[in-house]
Design a protein around this ligand. Structure first.
Ligand code: HEM
Length: 419
């Protein structure tokens, strides 16, 4: 049975160990940052469209970067906090490339650069086109019926009789991992091993996926590995290819890395934002047409990954500064999403805003492949909570959630009662 199907077997204590909130805000991404960055980002945006320096330094957070040091310390760095500049850079991959020009320095870096996230031009278009059909809006229901719905309800089953829960870890954390591993045809036990090994021992993930890939090559099923096994592309010489096992593993790893922590934290942010405002909570609970606007507004108001970077491929004058070839530009989309030239009262979480694209999922050719899956997970999750726990509210006797983190933002614990 797939990970999503037997999620009931998940032990709550085991979940708490695996998805510990403190360790999930790690040093590598500025997990120790607990201030509100938005006032500073407003000041920076008001001063100039583009600045010399890196987002965390400009924000006044020297950081606790203990993991692998800061990337590219020898290069020139620039940062922007404006919507227009972020969007322009995202949409010009010829000038602002996802990967640096130089060769990767080790295997780990090489594996990352082999993923579609780092590819450019025709190669990126070709690989992305292979997987895109499984991620279009019309496919959301496939994800919901096969994996999301069961996972969400199994997790609520775990705490429904207790009268209280901590929604960030008891609920939001496991949904994205179990959805993705479920779509690979992986069992819950193995899904938890994947969760544990992803950062420390990626070969374990390959060990788990290898027999599934072999089995699907012999006999396809209705899952994502089968889609990848059967996908075909024609190279520039007109030769037809199928993805190699190694390419499938690397894509699977990218989905896990790009889709797990992000959707977890964005779901937590959305739940906290709704529950903190009793009038919004009641409105959303009583009118489910508001679930989608509540999610879109959370993506604008507090994007979980507020900064993405690009490598400058040629000398260019850009919004008042000269950017030398080889320099790095950091696009602070978290700040861009509160640009007052685009949104009135940008710091307010207001689910009644007229719809307008924001940048939480990026823009241009690398725009998030999994955005409709992420939206479906959040919408199914929020709807199921209000269906089954209509009296859901923040625990008045516990600490309210706060928003923390520099490059991975999210809510602290979200203690709720529903008796
Ligand atoms: C709320 C949750 C999520 C957020 C905020 C988010 C954000 C982003 C952003 C900003 C990018 C663009 C990166 C860049 O331009 O350099 C991106 C790319 C990507 N995301 Fe997501 N993501 C989320 C969920 C997911 C999920 C659930 C999946 C998979 C199931 C996923 C898979 C990907 C992939 C494969 C790419 C690379 C696309 C490409 O390079 O063409 N993401 N995501």
């Amino acid at each position: 049975m797939s990970a999503a199907g037997d999620a009931k077997l998940l032990d709550r204590e085991e979940l708490r160990r695996l998805f510990d909130l403190r360790s999930s805000y790690n040093a590598r991404s500025g997990g120790g940052y607990t201030d509100d960055p938005f006032p500073k980002w407003h000041d920076l945006r008001a001063q100039a469209p583009l600045h010399e320096g890196i987002v965390h330094d400009l924000t006044g957070y020297p950081g606790d970067w203990t993991f692998q040091g800061l990337p590219y310390p020898d290069k020139a760095h620039f940062s922007t906090f404006s919507y227009e500049v972020c969007d322009a850079a995202f949409r010009d991959p010829e000038t602002f490339a996802s990967a640096p020009a130089e060769e990767p320095s080790d295997n780990r870096e090489a594996a990352v650069m082999n993923s579609i996230l780092m590819m450019g031009g025709a190669q990126h278009r070709r690989y992305r086109a292979l997987v895109q059909p499984s991620f279009v809006p019309a496919k959301a229901q496939w994800w919901i019926n096969n994996w999301i719905e069961q996972t969400v309800h199994a997790l609520i089953d775990n705490f429904v009789d207790d009268g209280h829960a901590e929604l960030n870890v008891d609920f939001a954390a496991a949904i994205p991992v179990l959805t993705i591993t479920g779509s690979f045809g992986v069992s819950v036990e193995q899904a938890l091993i994947i969760r544990e090994s992803l950062m420390v021992d990626p070969m374990k993930v390959v060990e788990i996926l290898a027999p599934i890939v072999t089995a699907r090559r012999e006999h396809a099923e209705d899952d994502l590995i089968s889609v990848l096994v059967e996908a075909e592309y024609t190279d520039e010489d007109g030769v037809l290819h199928r993805l190699s096992d190694a390419e499938i593993y690397s894509f699977a790893m990218l989905l896990l890395a790009a889709g797990s922590g992000t959707t977890w934290k964005q779901m937590g942010i959305t739940l906290a934002a709704i529950l903190e405002r009793p009038e919004v909570r009641d409105a959303v609970r009583d009118n489910r047409d508001l679930v989608r606007p509540a999610i879109e507004e959370s993506l604008r108001w507090q994007a979980t990954d507020p900064m993405f970077s690009r490598h400058v491929t040629r000398d260019v004058d850009f919004y008042g500064l000269h950017l030398p070839q080889g320099s790095v530009i950091h696009l602070c989309l978290g700040a861009a999403n509160r640009d007052p030239s685009r949104w009135a009262h940008p710091d307010d979480y207001d689910i009644t805003r007229p719809p307008k694209p924001a940048l939480a999922f990026g823009s241009g050719p690398h725009v998030c492949l999994g955005m409709h899956v992420a939206r479906a997970e959040m919408a199914v999750g929020i709807n199921a909570l209000f269906d089954r726990l209509p009296n859901l509210r923040l625990d008045p006797d516990d600490e309210p959630p706060r928003y923390i983190g520099m490059y991975e933002r999210g809510a602290t614990a979200i203690p709720v009662v529903f008796g």
